[in-house]
Design a protein around this ligand. Structure first.
Ligand code: CTP
Ligand code: ZN
Length: 154
């Protein structure tokens, strides 16, 4: 990006979550537990023009790296996101998010009578039947979860 079109400034140390599916930046903020009480610089870009995605969202967090379960949750909502680790203004690592074939203990089954929602000690387990559009199949009851069922849980 040239100086004349730079919309969101570069960061010194931290993580840039780039190529977030437009419309999901605030879900990513929620997944990361960022609230008004968090200190440290957080920059959010929404509906930023992208060469590959049309429009994209991005979230830049100073002074923080992400946990793998946070990355899995981001992958559910933003399957094209890239996670860039920045040290002293340079990109030192770039990873594309990816969904595992099986997702455990990350999402809750939307079927109220599913055994995973009872008091039984079973851990939620879903199979990724399709990545885009997202289709997750519950191991216990076969219920199909779609993308719109996910953000409200986070
Ligand atoms: N970035 C940043 N601060 C830095 C360095 C990079 O905020 N000190 C951001 C860039 O603005 C970009 C992302 O981190 O959104 C990845 O940077 P870079 O790899 O330099 O950009 P691209 O080559 O455009 O990335 P890609 O190939 O993933 O599109
Ligand atoms: Zn279920």
């Amino acid at each position: 990006m040239s100086e004349t079109t730079l919309r969101v400034s570069k960061i010194k140390d931290g993580t840039v979550i780039d190529h977030i599916t437009a419309g999901h930046a605030l879900d990513v903020i929620k997944i990361l537990g960022i609230t008004s009480r968090v200190n440290g610089i957080v920059t959010v870009g929404m509906n930023v023009p992208s060469k590959t995605l049309g429009l994209k969202d991005m979230v830049k967090i100073e002074g923080r790296e992400l946990k793998s379960q946070e990355v899995d949750k981001i992958a559910l909502l933003a399957p094209h996101a890239s996670i860039n680790i920045i040290r002293n203004y340079e990109v030192v690592d770039k990873q594309l998010v990816r969904l595992p074939k099986v997702i455990r203990e990350t999402v809750k089954c939307a079927n109220p009578v599913c055994v995973s929602n009872s008091k039984e000690p079973v851990k939620s387990t879903f199979y990724v039947d399709n990545e885009e559009p997202l289709r997750l199949r519950c191991h216990y009851c076969g219920y199909i979860m779609e993308k719109q069922d996910i953000p409200k849980q986070f």
